[in-house]
Design a protein around this ligand. Structure first.
Ligand code: PMV
Length: 340
């Protein structure tokens, strides 16, 4: 089963003929509280386990797309045209191959290319899920351009074909990506958890804004294939998801923090035990982790999570905003459900 077969199943006869001159969409970035780490299908981005995230409100990607008569797609990120040989643009173009319309000559004419203009208001490729919001915004912008009016779960599947974690960036708030069981992955998509938690805050501790050296795709593959502990991961995730679902419904912050932090550390432990070992942490990462634990020891309710990069995301409540800003100078604070 390839990606094109899945797109055909999702579109169910809807065509790739623009219904307007430009498509536009915004999708928020998301931070996993229970991580997606490992694929059971490398082509369709089907995960070994479920995962659960919080979206970052107005931090994410805004994308405008329209067809052009040209030899190559034109990709502009934050106002800068990106060379077509850059791996990220090649990945984007092969994703867009799934959705190309033809020029006025119909199917006899060459497939049209796209002009894609994306503005991302979070650091790109620094473990801050920019590919997640990027592919989610792209899937939504295509839906807007072609006038498909697909359901959110179908958009989640289309976004997943670009990047796994993008399946969770279709919604605001808490989202669980259900792993699904069917080999085609038509049951592997995000589901919104209908809980608003206005006091929740996410702090970004950014130590490095450059591209990461090992992509999450390679890191996942290496971990699944070589970590002697990977076999235990699905069990860990099952337990963590059960606890998180309950804690989110009951707004039990202590459990959300404890489970999220332990889940992230377990994922990094798997990577460390891969061969070759993958370590995303840098000295600043470890220093900040120590500082977070010291704060907690003094009674502050603060936890962290960490993705495929050295940066940390803090989890805390609005009541502690001023203390957190004092302790972690330069922290960028986000309110997933609005507020300061
Ligand atoms: O969707 P990808 O291939 O960028 O992988 C994301 C992996 C993590 O961010 C580390 C975990 C997650 O669930 O978002």
């Amino acid at each position: 089963m390839n990606k094109k077969n899945i797109v055909d199943k999702i579109l169910l006869g809807k065509t790739c003929i623009p219904s307007k001159s430009k498509g536009f969409a915004f999708a928020p970035s998301n931070i996993a509280l229970c991580k997606y780490w490992g694929k059971r299908d490398n082509i369709l981005n089907l995960p070994v386990t479920g995962s659960l995230s919080i979206s970052l409100g107005d931090k994410g990607a805004s994308t405008t797309i329209y067809p052009i008569e040209a030899e190559k797609d034109v990709v502009v990120v934050n106002g800068n045209p990106i060379d077509s040989d850059v791996p990220f643009v090649r990945a984007l173009s092969s994703y867009l191959d799934l959705f190309r319309s033809h020029s006025a000559g119909g199917h006899s004419g060459p497939p049209l290319r796209f002009h894609v203009d994306t503005n991302v208001n979070i650091p790109i490729a620094a473990g801050l899920a920019s590919s997640a919001c990027g592919f989610a915004a792209l899937a939504k912008a295509l839906d807007n351009l072609y006038g498909w009016e697909l359901e959110a779960s179908a958009l989640s599947i289309l976004a997943r074909l670009g990047s796994g974690s993008a399946s969770r960036s279709i919604w605001n708030g808490f989202v669980e990506w259900q792993k699904g069981n069917c080999p085609e992955g038509l049951d592997s998509h995000g589901v919104l958890i209908p809980v608003e938690w206005p006091e929740l805050r996410v702090g970004l501790l950014i130590f490095r804004r450059e591209e990461k050296t090992v992509s999450s795709r390679i890191a996942m593959e290496t971990t699944v294939k070589t970590s002697p502990f990977y076999a235990r991961w699905p069990e860990v995730v099952d337990g963590d998801l059960t606890q998180l679902r309950r804690a989110i419904m009951e707004q039990d912050f202590k459990t959300v923090g404890e489970v999220s932090e332990a889940n992230a550390l377990a994922m990094h432990a798997l990577m460390m035990t891969a061969k070759p070992s993958i370590v995303y942490s840098e000295p600043e990462t470890l220093k900040a982790q120590q500082q977070i634990w010291a704060c907690r020891h003094r009674g502050l309710q603060i936890y962290f999570t960490q993705d495929a990069g050295p940066n940390l995301k803090l989890l805390f409540l609005e009541k502690d905003l001023e203390i957190v800003k004092r302790e972690f100078v330069g922290v960028e604070v986000l309110a997933p459900f609005g507020g300061k």
